[in-house]
Structures are given as structure tokens and as C-alpha cells.
Design a protein. Structure first.
Ligand code: XMP
Length: 323
């Protein structure tokens, strides 16, 4: 639309004025905010922007490829991918406490991002003065709050970098709301899987495995989650649902029966919620036939899962995530 074209043009001019002929980096998370911010800055300064994508091995099925292939194809952005799954999984080994998981993931993220930033400086023989962030208007208004939104931002927005890696911030989405960012993303030609992605926590599937995080468990949860998302999309409901966490109760087993024999497998929890801002939420009344399809497919297609349950708790008292 005309106004979106205007916003694009004005934002590009503003970024050019701020960055001048200096270099910038941007951390991509797979989410819409960082993707749109990066795409805008790329339009403004081209290859003087380098994006960094830290693959922590905790993303959902297909999400790393969306960033590495589809996003790059759509924008032509210069991308540095760091495959850090081994490192994150090593650091998480045996850890079950939710806040400890978050701390470890946040800490490793900063370290890996920092190392990537140093490499970029060396490769170009030139300092990087700017860090691009996908901060939105509600983040600006809420910053300083102790829970939820403020925490959310703590890892992907890369706070707490050491002194020699202090950047000036470029925040081209600071005046925008989420729906405007999505329209902007469409205007910029980004893949719709990225533009319409539901909110997803920085620690990813690491906080959707109740119990210790292992490769096998991640693989299992990734399959179950992909089925749930696919069926939600097929039912045309993905834009009506705020978030749809799929949780693996890795330390719980229950008895079931399949084919000729008894099974002793893990439960999967479906946690579809509606919400305006994640501060409060209600459990989503998904159609029974949709729940039926998801349940049948998960128990048929995901070995080791013999039971699917639905979380019908509002927030409060339940949080959206299980950890
Ligand atoms: P809860 O579970 O507290 O979540 O109802 C509220 C919103 O925040 C997201 N969330 C996180 N996002 N890092 C993030 O980036 C985190 O550690 C984190 N924990 C929760 C959650 O997905 C929901 O959108």
C-alpha cells in the first residue's frame, strides 16, 4: 500500500542517515521482528550489513532452513551462520531446572554471537559500529518491566555485550506495532512463514522439553510440533491462535496399547492459546476434529509418544510455556 511504501522509504533514509558509510551487524532469530529489521537495513546499506544466525539446535523443524535459504533468497542479505548445536546441547547436558536452562542458553548465545562479531570485524578489517535490533513500539514502552516482556528480550536482543563490542543501536521498527511490522515484511517480500510466525521463545524447544534436553528428545518434539503446526495451518486457524506450544513430558511415561502390545511411552501436551499481548491468555477452543487429527497423527507418526493431552489452563494461573 501507499503508506507502507512510504514507511519503507522513510525508514531506509533514516537508516542511511544514521549509519553513514559504517558497518552494521544484526542477529537473526528466525522471528519476524529481527527479519524485518534486517531486511530494511539491508535495503539501506546493502553488504555493509552482516547478519548473524546462531543455530542453537533448539529451533523447530524447518526454521533454520527458512533463515538460511528462504530469507537470504528473498533479501540477498549477507549471512553468517554459526552451527552451535553441539555447544548448546553440551552446556545443557543433564540440566532440568527451567531458569538454569534459560541462563545457560542466554550465556552461550552471547558468547557465540560475540565470537561471530569478532570474526566479522577481522574478515572486513574494519570496525562494526552498529547493531540492528527488531525492537517494536510496545517493547520501548514496556522496557524496564521485571517479568515477561523484559525477560523475553534479554537474549535475542543481545544485552550485556563486553565493552570492546559495544555498538550503537539501529532500531528501525521502534515506532511500529506487530501488525505493521508484518505488513512491512510483506511489502519487503519476505517469506510468509517468517512474516506470520507466531511468537516463539528465544530458548526455543529447550524450554518445551520437561526434563533434560537431548538430541533424541529434540528430534521427537520437533516431529510432534511440526504435525501440530501443519494441521493448525491446514485448518486455517494459525492466524487466530496466539501461540501453540507443543511440550514433551520427557521424564513421564504412561502405559498404552498399540498393535499387538503394550507400550510405555511419553505424553505430548498441546498448549494452544489466544492472547493479545502474552501477559494474559486463554486456552484456545480448537475444534474437536482438529484435535483428533493432531492426536492421531502424533501417536501414529512419532515413535515413543503414546498419549496426547490438551492443556485447558488460562494464564493466570498457568503461564503460556510450561517452563
Ligand atoms: P509465559 O510462559 O511466561 O510466556 O506465559 C509469555 C511469553 O513470553 C515467551 N517466553 C519467552 N521468550 N525467552 C523469550 O524470548 C524466554 O525465556 C521466554 N519465556 C517465555 C512465551 O513464549 C510467551 O510468548
Amino acid at each position: 500500500s501507499w503508506t507502507m511504501v512510504n514507511i519503507v522509504e522513510e525508514s531506509i533514509e533514516a537508516v542511511r542517515a544514521q549509519v553513514g558509510d559504517k558497518r552494521a551487524i544484526c542477529g537473526l532469530s528466525g522471528g519476524v521482528d529481527s527479519a524485518v529489521a534486517a531486511a530494511l537495513v539491508q535495503r539501506a546499506i546493502g553488504s555493509r550489513l552482516t547478519c548473524v544466525f546462531v543455530d542453537h539446535g533448539l529451533l523447530r523443524k524447518g526454521e533454520a532452513e527458512q533463515v538460511e535459504k528462504d530469507f537470504v533468497a528473498a533479501t540477498g542479505v549477507d549471512l553468517k551462520v554459526v552451527d552451535a548445536a553441539d555447544r548448546f546441547l553440551g552446556a545443557l547436558e543433564g540440566v532440568t531446572d527451567p531458569e538454569t536452562k534459560r541462563k545457560i542458553i542466554g550465556r552461550e548465545f552471547i558468547r557465540v554471537f560475540e565470537a561471530a562479531a569478532r570474526e566479522i570485524v577481522e574478515e572486513h578489517g574494519e570496525a562494526v559500529e552498529f547493531l540492528v535490533q527488531g525492537t517494536l513500539y510496545p517493547d520501548v514502552v514496556e522496557s524496564g518491566g521485571g517479568t515477561g516482556a523484559a525477560n523475553i528480550k534479554s537474549h535475542h536482543n543481545v544485552g550485556g555485550l563486553p565493552e570492546d563490542l559495544r555498538f550503537s543501536l539501529v532500531e528501525p521498527l521502534r515506532t511500529l506495532f506487530k501488525d505493521e511490522v508484518r505488513r512491512l515484511g510483506e511489502e519487503l517480500g519476505l517469506p510468509s512463514e517468517i512474516v506470520w510466525r507466531q511468537p516463539f521463545p528465544g530458548p526455543g524447544l529447550g524450554i518445551r522439553i520437561i526434563g533434560a534436553v537431548t538430541r533424541d528428545r529434540l528430534e521427537l518434539l520437533r516431529e510432534a510440533d511440526a504435525i501440530a503446526r501443519e494441521e493448525l495451518t491446514r485448518a486455517g486457524l494459525d492466524r487466530d491462535i496466539w501461540q501453540f506450544p507443543v511440550v514433551l513430558l520427557a521424564d513421564v511415561r504412561s502405559v498404552g496399547v498399540q498393535g499387538d502390545g503394550r507400550t510405555y511411552g511419553h505424553p505430548i501436551v498441546l498448549r494452544p492459546v489466544t492472547s493479545e499481548d502474552a501477559m494474559t491468555a486463554d486456552w484456545a477452543r480448537l475444534p474437536y476434529d482438529l484435535l483428533q487429527r493432531i492426536s492421531t497423527r502424533i501417536t501414529n507418526e512419532v515413535a515413543e509418544v503414546n498419549r496426547v493431552v490438551v492443556d485447558i489452563t488460562s494464564k493466570p494461573p498457568g503461564t503460556i510455556e510450561w517452563e
